[in-house]
Each structure stands twice: as C-alpha cells, then as structure tokens.
Design a protein around this ligand. Structure first.
Ligand code: URA
Length: 266
C-alpha cells in the first residue's frame, strides 16, 4: 500500500494533508524518515510512526457511542436525526450501527464498517449478551423474575431465551438478554404486566459502556475492546461462561432477531 493512502486511511487527513506531514519529516517507516508519499509499505509488518507515535494498521473503524434519546439507529432517515450524524467528524467511511436501539433508548451502540464482525455479533445463533439498565413502572416480584429468566411469550416467535435479572433497587433492574428482537425488553416487561420508564444499554458482547462518555459522545474502541468483541462473537461451542446453554439450544431454532436487519455493510 502507498504510504499516503495508509496515512489517510488512518484518518490523518486528505492525501494532500498527509503529504505535507511527510514533507515535514514527521513520518517514519521502520525508524527512517519517509522521503516520499508514494513509497510502498507493508501495512501489516512495517512500523509507521507519526511524530514518534506508532500507527498500528486498522482495516476497519470501530466506535462506541453513548446514544442519546431522540436519535434513530439508522444510517439515514427522512425526519429524525441519525446516530451517524453524531459521528460526522470521525472521518471513517461507510460506518453503520450494529443493531438498533429504539429512539428513546440510550447507551451503548457500536458503529463500524466491519460488516463481517457486525454480522457475527447480530447472528441469532451467537447469543451475544446485551445488558440493559431498566427503570420500571413497578417493582418486580419473585414470580416475574422467574418468568423473565426462564422465557416469556412476547409475540409469535416462541418464548424469549433465558435471561438474567439483577434487582438494583425496587423498580430498577439490570437485564441481560441474548437476542435482539424488536422492542424486546419493553415487550418482556409487558409480558409480566409491567412497563418501561427508561432503558439504557450498558454492555454488548462483553463491551462495556464507557461512563466517561456523555450522551451523544463517542470514542474509538481500544485494541483490547476489539479483541473482546471478536471473542464474544465466536461460535457458541467456543464461548466460555455462557449461562443456560441447554435451554438456549432448545429454543434456538424457533427464534429470529430484529437486529440482524441493521447489518448494512455485509
Ligand atoms: N429492547 C427494547 O425494547 N428497546 C431497545 O431499544 C432495545 C431492547
């Protein structure tokens, strides 16, 4: 790959901007100042640095957004602001949200242009964990929790897969589910005669929401976070620590997912 292409793919500016960095001797390749923008590098093995800082090659871009209320999880929309508009300054091309959160749901949303990883994370067969903090209209009782954890009917697609409920305080829970059906959490609460006052996703596929991000803010994922996500999207048999595997396998065939519709890059 040409050095100027590499640098602009790393979001360091347009081709003419990165050429300027090279002319100013700010770029080194394997410790030697780069002489021209057209030089060929091996992006996987050569060590390219800008002002002495290593630029590890990333083929794809990965961002976490703390989604605010009132924006839609889509790449474009005729009437509402989209999550993509919040990342306009990031410089990455062709990014899309991995799955959907409702317009009034807040919290962790992954955006990427890596269609293959998105496809794996959203596959109904991968049972990727998603954890929500839910403010309820009423506290849950023991029977509600038992039903939510073992599976409830929310419509035509069979029972929900086993879930995990942690009561944070009366009327506030942390709910972990392994599917992404349409309005799933709201419909699960309706199934036990309750309602959702507010919904915030705090974790997705082992990735935790960075609470340092204010609603509407985003940041790139770290190498470690990408590794965790990739590991979380491994085939079921290779994932450690999942709960209720047997019950899940039994219900697997019946269920589909709404979130798979958002793999626009694949
Ligand atoms: N479940 C819902 O009901 N809404 C969301 O946005 C996500 C999960």
């Amino acid at each position: 790959m040409r050095l100027d292409k590499f640098l602009s793919e790393m979001n360091l500016g347009t081709r003419s901007q990165v050429k300027k960095l090279i002319r100013q001797n700010m770029v080194t390749v394997n410790g030697i100042p780069a002489q021209n923008a057209e030089m060929k590098i091996d992006e996987l093995t050569d060590r390219v640095c800008l002002r002495g800082n290593w630029l590890p090659y990333r083929r794809y871009a990965y961002y976490m957004l703390n989604k605010p209320e009132g924006v839609v999880s889509a790449t474009r929309d005729n009437t509402s602001r989209t999550v993509i508009s919040l990342l306009e300054g990031c410089g990455a091309k062709d990014i899309f949200p991995v799955g959907r959160l409702d317009k009034d749901t807040t919290g962790l949303l992954l955006l990427t242009n890596d269609g293959e990883l998105a496809h794996r994370l959203l596959s109904p067969k991968k049972h990727v964990d998603k954890t929500y903090e839910v403010m309820l209209e009423h506290p849950l009782d023991r029977e509600d929790i038992r039903r939510l954890e073992s599976g409830v009917s929310i419509g035509g697609e069979g029972l929900t897969l086993p879930a995990r409920v942690e009561v944070l305080k009366p009327g506030q829970i942390r709910l972990t589910i392994q599917e992404g059906r349409f309005h799933q959490v709201k419909r699960m609460m309706l199934a036990v005669g309750n309602g959702v006052r507010s919904l915030k996703r705090v974790s997705f596929g082992g990735l935790e929401l960075d609470e340092g991000l204010a609603p509407g803010e985003y940041r790139e994922l770290t190498e470690e976070e990408i590794r965790v996500l990739t590991a979380g999207a491994q085939p079921e048999s290779e994932k450690p620590g999942d709960f209720c595997k047997k019950k899940i396998a039994a219900q697997d065939e019946e269920n589909d997912t709404d979130e798979t519709r958002n793999v626009t890059g694949y």
